[in-house]
Design a protein around this ligand. Structure first.
Ligand code: NAD
Ligand code: GLY
Length: 365
């Protein structure tokens, strides 16, 4: 089966993303962890559901190499992406006697990657960490690029920092146990890359959807690798989102608002982003820069990936606008949107008239 290596070429903080079915049970993963841990201590942060299939074999492998990992197991859920969860991680790090040379290894989806990455970023003013993502969304997006953080009741990801991992180890076999709804949610971010950066990739993902949904390892590895390549290319040019990186937020202004309104419980992150991408493409239509053909192609592919494309009927336009105003991408009271020019190219706008935003949301309600 194909394996891929992608470099995230940020000066002085560059690292490799390894993508390979079977990676977690191969010597390569153990070599990387052993090299990064050296003679120091290693703490694994993970979820109960991952222990049997993925964590225990890795722990056994590390023990055979003389490394005794400390295990901190955290319950799942976006509503637990909080400072309270991070505080418990600090307790675990202290109990594990982690010092400045120690290594945190986060094995989980985007919630744990973000929260665990933030704990590593802030403990002792920052220690190294490795991302071992286990959801499709984390494979293609959250494990790469160094955004770490947690939510506040007032809004998503309002607390956080940029802290690049030292390595990202992606084993697509982890997707075999992922619930189908989570797999589809991850596809929203894959489809996003096609719209914002690569029209040929958009078509390729659409064509591969039947194999992807059957969890064919070659198809999954291919789309994960191209997604990571695009993300690495963007992050390399703009690590801290001063400009270009904002294109990765396509669908996120309204998607994050939807997640907050529904208390981070009703929608998976990727589902909310799918709805947000359609609504934001319609904003592009309302200001005359996006062809309805783009929105229709987006909806068609999202539907084939079993993703929602419209806001639920029990939330109002006013709620969406009010919560979106608190988004951290809002500058000087102006909402920021990523809008398609065509499939494969977008721009970032913060000059959108409220009337256009209202009309687009109305069309998506
Ligand atoms: P998640 O982390 O909540 O994982 C989804 C569920 O799948 C959880 O219940 C988890 O326990 C379970 N799970 C994980 N791996 C599994 C496996 N292999 N088999 C069975 N079950 C498994 O959700 P997510 O979609 O991975 O991540 C969403 C989060 O990612 C959001 O908080 C979002 O803000 C964040 N995010 C961050 C970035 C970034 O750049 N840092 C980018 C995109 C998204
Ligand atoms: N997911 C948005 C970013 O990483 O910038």
């Amino acid at each position: 089966m194909a394996s891929y290596q992608i470099e995230v070429a940020i000066p002085e903080r560059d690292y490799i993303i390894d993508i390979e079915p079977g990676l977690l049970t191969s010597p390569k993963a153990l070599d990387t962890l052993q090299r990064l841990c050296g003679k120091s201590r290693l703490c694994i942060v993970t979820h109960p559901v991952l222990l049997k299939h993925y964590v225990t074999p890795l722990v056994e492998g590390l023990k055979q190499r003389g490394i005794e990992p400390f295990l901190h197991v955290v319950p799942s859920g976006e509503h637990r992406k909080t400072l309270a969860t991070v505080a418990k991680m600090y307790d675990a790090f202290i109990e594990a006697k982690l010092d400045r040379k120690s290594l945190v290894v986060v094995i989980g989806g985007g919630v744990l990657g973000d929260a665990g990455g933030f704990a590593a970023a802030s403990y002792l003013r920052g220690i190294r960490f490795v991302q071992i993502p286990t959801t499709l969304l984390a494979h293609v997006d959250s494990s790469v690029g160094g955004k770490t953080g947690v939510d506040l009741p007032q809004g998503k990801n309002l607390i956080g920092s940029f802290h690049q991992p030292s390595s990202v180890l992606i084993d697509p076999i982890t997707l075999r146990t992922l619930p189908r709804r989570e797999l589809c949610a991850g596809l929203a971010e894959v489809i996003k890359y096609g719209i914002i950066y690569d029209n040929a990739f958009f078509a390729r993902v659409d064509a591969l959807l039947p194999q992807i949904l059957k969890r064919d390892m070659d198809a999954l590895s291919e789309i994960i690798a191209r997604s990571c390549e695009i993300k690495a290319d963007v992050v390399r040019q703009d690590e801290t989102e001063q400009g270009l990186r904002a294109i990765l937020n396509f669908g996120h202004t309204l998607g994050h608002a939807l997640e907050a309104i529904t208390n981070y419980r009703r929608y998976k992150h990727g589902e909310a982003i799918a709805i947000g991408m359609v609504a934001e493409s319609r904003i592009g239509e309302c200001i005359g820069q996006t062809s309805p053909d783009v929105t229709n192609a987006l909806i068609h592919t999202l539907e084939r990936a079993h993703l929602p494309t419209a806001f639920p009927s029990d939330i109002t336009l006013e709620q969406i606008l009010q919560v979106a105003q608190r988004d951290k991408k809002t500058i000087g009271g102006h909402l920021s949107f990523v809008l398609p020019l065509r499939i494969g190219e977008v721009n970032v706008r913060n000059d959108i008239p409220v009337a256009a935003i209202q009309s687009a949301i109305q069309m998506s309600l």
